[in-house]
Design a binder for this molecule. Sequence first.
Ligand SMILES: C[S@@+](CC[C@H](N)C(=O)[O-])C[C@H]1O[C@@H](n2cnc3c(N)ncnc32)[C@H](O)[C@@H]1O
Ligand SMILES: [Zn+2]
Length: 330
Amino acid sequence: MRIGTADLLACPICRSALRLEIHSARGDEVLDGALRCLRCGREFEIADGIPRLLPSKLRGIERQVYGSIASYYDAYLPIMEYIYHNARIAYMRKVEDACIRLTRPHGLVLDIGCGIGRQSLLLARLGCDVVATDISREMLLRARERAFREGLEHRLEFVQASADALPFKPRVFDRAYSLFGAFNHAPRYVLGFKRVFKSLKKGGAFLLSVLNRYQLTWWLEAILRHRKKQLMRVLTKKPYYLTMKLGRKRRGLWTKLFSAWELKSSLRRAGFKKIRIGCVLLFLRPKFRYEPDLELRGLEASLAGIEEALRWFPPFSSLGAYIMALAEKR
Ligand SMILES: C[S@@+](CC[C@H](N)C(=O)[O-])C[C@H]1O[C@@H](n2cnc3c(N)ncnc32)[C@H](O)[C@@H]1O
Ligand SMILES: [Zn+2]
């Protein structure tokens, strides 16, 4: 972490200013140290150049939920790139990239739930300075490794933080991004949206995508393949647990599925005024398995073509596997 970055940071718990203590540094890079809150006195460590600004001293269920999200994604990392390698996810990536360009990214931008840095690196390539955040330290380490490999490290800073307890001062970012579902795993997401709103400058914009509760393909499957039980489970369970076998263990991930209406109203409650809702993967379900081909073909390509025309128009905008929201701070 560069010394100057400390000026952007605030306590994730009480949002007060932090005092930087440097234990070891190389030039203006802090390698090890601490950030101490000037109001509540909590201390957050900086280890190997990455500040760990997670909500601390959580009790009971919250502690379990946050702990399990971070460890789920730490364990998910080795298979992630492999299972995202298929034509449907590649198509979704193209849509995400086009939407990012639509926001005219510039200046200092925030990436929430950066994973291994897909969007952070794109934003850096587009000339932005990027603060990349994630709850999983393993993800951040991999993203930083990739930034070095691409010679983009001077444009990026990495902070371990939860989407719903972001540790930034008000009015520092020009744009904020959170693509591919980090907010599905943020129990206090309304608070999270409020913090994103506050940390944006006037005229700033926030682009995010989350997993949808009302996916057209789920409804079609329930009707055509008699999978009503599965649909009811998704519609009624609160919260829903995504499960996956990672290593030897089957793990559950706390997941909040959003409806477009809920997403829009939560963003409005956070202070955003103009909010556009769109969808991704309207007629196609996302696949999470390796396939060599990265191009949609035949019927799937035609369905994607139709999706292009319908993406931002209701009711289709609310029915994709992922809902996209573009929210502006006026
Ligand atoms: C599916 S990945 C997407 C990563 C990246 N944006 C991309 O599109 O490749 C979701 C990421 O969100 C992170 N995440 C999950 N819950 C989070 C939370 N509460 N706060 C911050 N990051 C979170 C995970 O660690 C993971 O890296
Ligand atoms: Zn504090």
